[in-house]
Design a protein around this ligand. Sequence first.
Ligand SMILES: Cc1ncc(COP(=O)(O)O)c(C=O)c1O
Length: 372
Amino acid sequence: MPTSPDLPTGLLRPALAGVDPYEPGRPVEDVQRELGLESVVKLASNEGPFPPMPGAIAAIAAAAGGQRCYPDPGAWALRDALAARLGVGAERILPGNGVDSLIKLLCLAVLDPGDELVMGWPSFLSWRQGALMMGAAWRGVPLGPDGAYDLDALAAAVGPRTKLCVMVSPNNPTGAAVAKGDLDRLLDALPPHVLPVLDEAYFEYLPEGGHDGAALVRAGRPLVVMRTFSKAYGLAGLRVGYLLGPAGLVRALHRVRNAFDVNGVAQAAALASLEEADEHLPPRIALCRAERTRMADGLRALGLDPLPSEANFLLVEVGEDRAPLINRALLERGVIVRPARAFGAPGGIRITVGLPEETDRLLAAMAGALAG
Ligand SMILES: Cc1ncc(COP(=O)(O)O)c(C=O)c1O
């Protein structure tokens, strides 16, 4: 661990030396200030383009006055509502402060130095950080050509010290999902000392017939599923997600989580969102699919080759040398995208799919960036 003159020698755990801080997409205000631009669109963090659902906005306002008190520590109402909606027992559900926080909790509860987390790569950085921060080994397995996890290669990479076998599907940053049948086969193939984990942060965007982690948990499969309210539900700012898994694991995670980790406003908003999900999610998803197709067609017309995506973003490979230049040129045109280097794709640019006017703006900016 690099030393720092303002800290006692040896204070920090050596494992932290391998953990790079998570670099989020740049905020709009930041780019406006730096470049003196009035109008900036952010297509960098895979947030949904819609505000919270109307009932959630009302619930947020109603909850504001009650914030003198700590929230319900177990988020019981939210747990019960999720249990009813998903048909999974409440004892197998753990709401958390976003999936990001649940990833860290799972790693904290499970991984010791010498243990191993296996996952596909390029993929979601937090899983890698979670393993490395515990001093555990991390193994990234190359993806298939379509950008989805190669489940045979993943199973082959599992070793005697592997404890967590993580699948991100749809995968971030590539957007590709694994097929349901392939997932079933992998679950059958994994040895019993390994806990499979399915990160379904983009579950809502999957087409009909796609995998459904909740159904697997309901069927008694011993796996962990993670989902979030940050994307299709439009609650990224409130930080709320949930984990489904074996009851014994949920009990263990209660030992390591913070007592009040889902704040009261987030609990109220997530609960209200579930009540309106059937009404509001389908049009959101339909718009995302239409804009994703339009964006992909537009990028192809510019000579780029986005990977097929089942999520609310696209990955385009522009080459390691060109990626920072194109990123900068897009910024100067008021469009924030996400270079995918930290996710293991140094020549990739990840673009979140948003509203029609944002697609127009991105395509015009990209045309300018490629020409310039
Ligand atoms: C695959 C994946 N998992 C988890 C997360 C984190 O979600 P949350 O906002 O719930 O922390 C993200 C966010 O981008 C993601 O892409």
